[in-house]
Design a protein around this ligand. Structure first.
Ligand SMILES: [Zn+2]
Ligand SMILES: [Zn+2]
Ligand SMILES: [Zn+2]
Length: 177
């Protein structure tokens, strides 16, 4: 697998209200944990905050480094445990093809399919809802007598930003900035 060029966050987040990405994920996590009677420990919160801060999925060791840069560096095993918790509670997803994690900002129904759009140029991953596909898959798997876990589809390609970014790149190369 080729290493994706992961731009520093502040260069790739100016197209939306990124503060809301982080605060929204944390608020949702706190509400979910309250309802379920599980604890969003300080480390779980830090891990989720770091994931929500990045639209590029992060591996466990990247997380350890990031957390270490902004505070006390946690042992990798603790980060793995926090990630297991976040994934089990549906607050984050593991992207198998990248061996990396992404914060989840939505509620998933039992018949949902999780669809990741993963950009091969900037490394960002986004989640889209696809209820119709989910229903079809649920029907097909049940017809086979199979009890599926939530299906996950990973689609690699080029994000809208990178498609429209060719012009920006040209402008940057001519050295306006
Ligand atoms: Zn954001
Ligand atoms: Zn999700
Ligand atoms: Zn992209």
């Amino acid at each position: 697998m080729t290493r994706l060029d992961t731009a520093p966050e502040d260069t790739i987040v100016h197209d939306h209200d990124h503060g809301a990405c982080v605060s929204g994920a944390l608020a949702r996590a706190e509400a979910c944990c309250d309802v379920r009677g599980v604890r969003l420990t300080p480390l779980r919160r830090r891990v989720l905050g770091a994931l929500a801060d990045s639209h590029v999925p992060l591996g466990a060791y990247e997380l350890v480094d990031r957390l270490g840069a902004s505070g006390e560096k946690p042992p990798p095993m603790s980060v793995y445990r926090a990630l297991d918790f976040l994934v089990a509670e549906g607050l984050a997803h593991r992207i198998e093809s990248r061996n990396a994690y992404l914060a989840c900002g939505r509620e998933h129904g039992s018949e949902d399919v999780i669809v990741f759009l993963i950009c091969e140029r900037c490394g960002r991953a986004a989640e889209v809802a696809s209820h119709a596909v989910g229903r079809d898959l649920a029907w097909a798997t049940r017809a086979a007598g199979f009890t599926p876990r939530t299906p996950v589809i990973e689609i690699a390609g080029t994000c809208a930003r990178c498609q429209s970014g060719a012009a920006d790149e040209a402008a940057e190369l001519t050295g306006a900035g």
